[in-house]
Design a protein around this ligand. Structure first.
Ligand code: PLP
Length: 288
């Protein structure tokens, strides 16, 4: 496929970056992942706003304005045939003369890389709620840093946590920091108790998920009671339902936690209701 690298659209095989790139040496960069349906980037403005925020928080100059990013995204999607894709954007602090923790002085141009891949999950089908079995998750101590609100490419802790979950036969790790639920290794967490939906409030300890925001919006629009509040880890054990949300996995019911069934061990009614609204919204927006 075609990728974008520092101003050029090139074949993926032809793209080259320096081993002195600070993304490679130091994990000094930020990224975004944007799902594309029918050639339409989903919630593009929201993703680009989060990217601009990540760049600001790590003191990287934004190489493009919103219109510039939108043009690049649309052109890359078009050059890859449109359809259903996962669109990946990464910006690093560029290529320094030496490997140094301090920022290059004078500053160098950031490295901008964009690529597409097939969407890892199928486009949500109208009968998704009927077909979804749910996934297993395990709880793990949140060993990450204090700025998980930044979408940083330094993901080593997230990778170790996700792999620990996979090794345990689970799809995701639900992370606990000082007795409170933060999020998944690559997803946000929701809990349902007595018909009410709860998710941890935004803080430096979790990423403000674009899907999280959409779930909250859809709940509000359709009269499902939803609250952002601190969740104690112990509440997971008596939850009726637990959900994970992310751009690449939609809203997924967790039906086993730490080897025990969640609720009755099958996807819950509140999830089915929300999933129907979610699918309807996507279909409406992307002409699916
Ligand atoms: N939290 C983390 C740590 C993530 O990596 C992700 C994305 O994969 C999310 C939450 C969900 O964010 P979004 O809904 O924007 O994909």
């Amino acid at each position: 496929g075609t990728v974008y690298l520092n101003g050029d659209f090139v074949d993926a095989d032809q793209a080259r970056i320096s081993p002195m790139d600070r993304g490679f040496l130091l994990g000094d960069g930020v990224y975004e992942v944007i799902p594309v349906f029918n050639g339409v980037p989903f919630r593009l403005d929201e993703h680009l706003q989060r990217l601009a925020r990540s760049l600001r928080e790590v003191r990287l100059n934004d190489p493009h304005d919103g219109a510039g990013w939108r043009r690049l995204c649309q052109e890359l999607v078009a050059r890859n045939g449109g359809g259903h894709l996962s669109l990946y954007l990464q910006i690093t602090r560029g290529v320094g003369a030496t490997r140094d923790h301090g920022f290059p002085e004078p500053p160098v141009a950031p490295t901008v890389f964009m690529t597409t891949s097939p969407l890892p999950v199928p486009v949500p089908a109208a009968d998704q709620p009927a077909r979804t079995a749910g996934v297993a998750a395990i709880t793990l101590d949140d060993i990450r840093w204090g700025r998980c609100d930044i979408k940083s490419v330094s993901l080593l802790a997230n990778l170790l946590l996700r792999q620990q979950a996979l090794d345990a036969g689970a799809a995701e790790a639900i992370l606990i920091r000082q007795g409170q639920v933060t999020e998944g290794a690559a997803s946000n967490v929701f809990l349902v108790r007595d018909g009410a939906i709860h998710t941890p409030p935004l803080s430096h300890h979790l990423l403000g998920g674009i899907t999280r925001d959409l779930v909250i919006e859809l709940c509000q629009e359709h009269g499902l009671p939803v609250r952002e509040r601190p969740l104690q880890a112990a509440e997971l054990a008596d939850a009726d339902e637990i959900w994970l949300s992310s751009s690449t996995r939609d809203v997924l019911p967790v039906t086993r936690l730490d080897g025990q069934p969640v609720g009755d061990g099958s996807p819950g009614d509140t999830w089915k209701t929300l999933a129907n609204h979610y699918i309807g919204f996507k279909r409406h927006l992307c002409g699916l």
